[in-house]
Design a protein around this ligand. Structure first.
Ligand SMILES: Cc1cc2nc3c(=O)[nH]c(=O)nc-3n(C[C@H](O)[C@H](O)[C@H](O)COP(=O)(O)OP(=O)(O)OC[C@H]3O[C@@H](n4cnc5c(N)ncnc54)[C@H](O)[C@@H]3O)c2cc1C
Length: 561
């Protein structure tokens, strides 16, 4: 789907069972209105109704129905009665023969008919266009263009709804969210699509059939994300499109390396989920993570880097002089140099109820996607790092109160000073120190949490609409276990940290030490948060991603062809 497509023209629908009349009316309509309107035709009331339903599901606007009264099956007036329930603002004109005059007059009341025209209407300049132009001008004057993107119909507090919204927003695809519990339009769309609402979410596209409970891969195919490598071999394959992987792709591709970037979820990584990064050089008033990733993706693509998403790397192997990456779909891509830039994700909060309610009121790092749904609600944030602080500030724009549940004495030891100051002076945010979350409860979605004051041991249950968890990091390195050396927490060792005194890592066969960002296998590099003792910041991830390309060049200059 092209998400930047031109606004769709409003529709004029002509309906007549006589083929010659239908062709003539469609021809006349196109001649006069074809520039501004899409003229569609149907040869019966029933098929016209089918078209009307499809148009509604695609959110295409209808300006005018021009309908013959005398048709077998549904008559013109009967069709209009049903069609205006779906498009109440469309103008209605009936084509009549002399004998149908009374039906037309009755229809003025029945379906608020705007006009009836006698057949034949020749010459159209005199009998057709003046009337229709007047009606269409009227319609245009009160027409508010509909949202022209993807629409999601579902339950607000459902893990699958959350997954779809999160995937689309992280891939920077605009969508409209329709909650079946509060939105009348949502119920109407379900009825039109023939769904009884038992299998939600339903995702509607402006240019094709709807999908029920789609996976990320199905959505990716539909919105045109690239999921298959164009080449069997690359100079450089980068796994992970966070700030470090994106920076490496920009430098690699701009310096002439054939470069492939493979991303498991959406470009931007953790930074892409940040509402405002305030300490990145060159952006004095901050920038959102979404903006940073959008710019980086455009830059990397402009230099010719190929980006595959959502596609996970599941394994690597080395067979000199090649390095191989296996992807989720079973494909293997080969390269000379490989960069692991898979970053970290939040540790799971291991207390009863969290597994079941994740996505239904309990979220890991999803402050941006779910903030709107928290309007006027009481929400909680677990954690005391910068990401928790940013989330609390962002959520406070919508929620009536945000409580930060902090295990330690205060935020100061773990959060940047500028964020601590903003939180302390914020009237909607409260910090609850010495507090742990022990259980989360709710039937279909989160309703209550149990918290404990660790100084007194007192526990209590409090109502909670949402709980956002930001507690520490776990590196994404399960897929490279037993191939490259890692520390005890799973972070990848590189350069000097691989040396034991003068001894190089086991199996190292080159007559030099590993480069600063090189792993225990020559030609396999690691950058950003995934690296042992890395600085967990956007700027340092970008710095390492840029720097690693220099080492790749040095490595490639010695690789036999
Ligand atoms: C909410 C939030 C706010 C933050 N705010 C700031 C801030 O204001 N300033 C600051 O300096 N830092 C901030 N940080 C930290 C900063 O975002 C990280 O340090 C930075 O994103 C690390 O970049 P990275 O490229 O190393 O890894 P990541 O950003 O973690 O990216 C790794 C990418 O690899 C992908 N991946 C993982 N495994 C696989 C696989 N097997 N196959 C394919 N792809 C895979 C992931 O999906 C991810 O997209 C914030 C972090 C968070 C979460």
């Amino acid at each position: 789907m092209n998400t930047t497509q031109k606004r769709e023209k409003p529709v004029i629908l002509a309906v007549d069972d006589e083929p010659t009349v239908l062709s003539a009316v469609a021809r006349d309509l196109r001649r006069e209105y074809g520039q501004q309107y899409r003229v569609l035709r149907a040869d019966s009331g029933e098929s016209a109704l089918e078209t009307v339903r499809e148009l509604k599901l695609r959110n295409a606007p209808v300006a005018l129905f021009l309908v013959d009264q005398r048709m077998p099956g549904l008559s013109g007036v009967e069709f209009l009665a049903k069609a205006i329930e779906i498009f109440p603002d469309a103008k209605r004109v009936l084509l009549t023969a002399y004998a149908d005059t009374q039906a037309a007059i009755d229809a003025i009341n029945e379906v608020a008919l705007n006009h009836y025209l006698m057949k034949p209407w020749d010459p159209p300049d005199e009998h057709l266009y003046p009337v229709l132009t007047d009606l269409l001008d009227d319609w245009q004057a009160s027409f508010a263009p509909p949202f022209e993107g993807i629409r999601i119909v579902g339950h607000q507090l459902s893990a699958q709804s959350h997954q779809i919204k999160d995937f689309l927003s992280r891939n920077l695809v605009p969508y409209q969210w329709l909650d079946v519990e509060i939105d009348e339009e949502a119920s109407r769309l379900l009825e039109l699509s023939g769904s009884d609402g038992s299998r939600l979410p339903l995702v509607l596209f402006p240019d094709g059939p709807a999908l029920v409970q789609p996976t990320n891969v199905q959505l990716a195919e539909k919105i045109g994300l690239r999921m298959h490598p164009g080449l069997p071999f690359y100079d450089l394959v980068i796994v992970g499109a966070g700030p470090s992987g994106l920076a490496a792709a920009v430098y690699g591709a701009s310096e002439g390396l054939s470069t492939l970037l493979v991303e498991g979820e959406a470009p931007g990584g953790q930074a892409g989920t940040s509402s405002r990064i305030e300490n990145y050089l060159g952006f004095p008033s901050g920038l959102s993570g979404g903006d940073l990733s959008r710019r980086a993706v455009a830059q990397a693509s402009r230099f010719g880097a190929e980006i595959l998403t959502p596609l996970e790397a599941t394994g690597i192997r080395a067979q000199d002089p090649y390095r191989f990456v296996t992807l989720t779909d079973g494909t293997e891509v080969s390269c000379h140099a490989l960069l692991i830039a898979t970053g970290v994700s939040y540790r799971k909060l291991d207390v009863p109820g969290v597994g079941r309610l994740t996505g239904a009121g309990v979220y890991y790092g999803a402050a941006i996607t779910e903030a709107l749904a928290c309007r006027d609600k009481d929400v909680f944030v677990v954690g005391s790092g910068n990401s928790a602080g940013q989330a609390a500030i962002y959520l406070s724009r919508y929620a009536s109160s945000v409580t930060m549940l902090v295990r330690g004495r205060s935020l100061a030891p773990t959060m940047s000073h500028y964020l601590v100051s903003q939180i302390e002076s914020h009237e909607k945010i409260t910090v609850s120190p010495h507090t742990t979350v022990d259980e989360v409860m709710g039937d279909a979605s989160l309703e209550e949490i149990t918290i404990t004051d660790t100084t007194t041991g007192d526990s209590r249950n409090i109502p909670a609409f949402a709980l956002f968890i930001f507690i520490g990091a776990r590196p994404h390195t399960d897929w490279v276990v037993d191939v490259v050396e890692r520390d005890s927490a799973g972070f990848i060792l590189t350069g000097p940290s691989l040396l034991r005194g003068d001894r190089r890592p086991k199996g190292w066969y080159l007559n030099r030490d590993p480069f600063l960002l090189e792993t225990s296998i020559p030609g396999i590099f690691a950058a950003g948060d995934v690296r042992h003792r890395s600085v967990k910041r956007v700027a340092s991830a970008v710095g390492e991603g840029s720097m690693v390309v220099q080492f790749v060049h040095q490595y490639l200059s010695r690789v036999p062809e």
